[in-house]
Design a protein around this ligand. Structure first.
Ligand SMILES: Cc1ncc(COP(=O)(O)O)c(C=O)c1O
Length: 347
């Protein structure tokens, strides 16, 4: 099938639309009022996800933002300090909810590749002194979106686990794309989940669902999480139609994520060939690919050309473009994008 006239949308894996199979699963879903815990499909999803991650319990929430906010609420009191890398979604892109709604203090650290080291964190942990806030929580993101879908290796998470246990702190992982980290690095989801107090993951990104994220942890934490979800307005009624998408995605879409990683690698290889030397293409580890421009070539100039060719990507700054591969990029989509760019260069 020719893709010649199809738009190629690499803006984000959040743009995916529920497939026909997923919509059928929604239509068939048995539902009830989930605030009363009477939705059998939500219960099934929550048990399935808890099992997959090897933890006691999980809870469906409308978004990754709410999942992370609840993660912070579970561990922190007002005035407590949360430590994370500067590019972490909870700090960079969640509207300051932790500060605005929970009253926590963010302490953000810099790193060259998005991954902070435990020694860096150790250096800023407060010594229980009456003048200082209490350092309570470390948040790690995996994969790291703004660092180009980088995978945080299990060993790195383990060093943080040791540090937080030693210092009476908690560890939360924003695993919006933990599925991709697990597939790319071959680390089972349960091994990551065993090292953290709580974990969030998204169904609405590479997994292809229209809505939904999960908070995962011990039963006691997830029970308290239900109160926070209700408080934040996230109690949903016949949410089984959404949970059915999650169950469908675990069965049908999780096993295909490696295809997205392969398309990202193909795209990177092709872009390196066709873009001029004002562009630097970062090696993708998963489904996210960053192209850095040197300031002479602006992202606007580059993206204007791409859009004319039906290739969509997102500018993250004046010098950074993000491309994301996902289930709605057709097979051969990466090759087609490169073909169009090559043609426009030669023509
Ligand atoms: C790493 C990461 N965490 C959390 C979120 C928030 O998810 P949502 O858009 O469902 O609130 C995103 C969204 O893109 C993300 O990339």
């Amino acid at each position: 099938m020719s893709l010649e006239n199809d738009p190629l949308d690499f803006r984000s894996d959040t743009f995916t639309k529920p497939s026909a199979g997923m919509r059928e699963a929604m239509a068939r879903a048995e539902v009830g009022d989930d605030v009363f815990r009477e939705d059998p499909t939500v219960k099934e999803l929550e048990e399935r996800v808890a099992g997959l991650f090897g933890r006691e319990a999980s809870m469906l929430v409308p978004s990754g933002t709410m999942a992370n906010l609840i993660g912070i609420a579970l561990h922190c009191q007002r005035g407590d300090e949360v430590i994370m890398e500067r590019r972490t979604h909870s700090f960079a892109h969640e509207v300051g909810g932790g500060a605005a709604l929970l009253g926590v203090l963010f302490n953000v650290l810099d790193s060259p590749n998005g991954i902070i080291g435990p020694e860096q964190v150790r250096a800023v942990i407060r010594h229980k002194d009456v003048h200082e806030p209490i350092s309570r929580l470390v948040v790690l993101e995996n994969t790291i979106n703004l660092a180009g879908g980088r995978v945080v290796p299990l060993e790195q998470v383990q060093t943080f686990r040791r540090l937080t246990s030693e210092r009476d702190m908690r560890l939360h992982m924003d695993g919006a794309r933990i599925w991709n980290a697990s597939v790319a690095g071959g680390t089972p989801l349960s091994e990551y989940a065993a090292e953290v107090d709580t974990l969030s993951c998204c169904l609405s990104k590479g997994m292809g669902c229209p809505v939904g994220s999960m908070v995962i942890g011990d039963s006691a934490d997830i029970e308290r999480a239900r109160w926070y979800r209700k408080m934040l307005g996230g109690g949903m009624r016949q949410a089984g139609v959404l949970a059915a998408c999650g169950l469908y995605a675990i069965e049908h879409n999780l096993p295909r994520l490696a295809e997205d990683h392969a398309q990202a690698a193909e795209l990177a290889e092709g872009l390196r060939r066709v873009l001029d030397d004002r562009h630097k293409v970062q090696d993708p580890e998963t489904n996210i690919l960053m192209v850095h421009t040197d300031g002479q070539a602006t992202t606007e100039e580059t993206l204007t050309l791409w859009y004319q060719l039906g290739i969509m990507a997102l500018p993250l700054s004046d010098t950074m473009i993000r491309l994301v591969t996902h289930i709605d990029v057709p097979q051969g989509g990466a090759a087609e994008a490169i073909r169009r760019l090559e043609k426009s260069k030669s023509g």
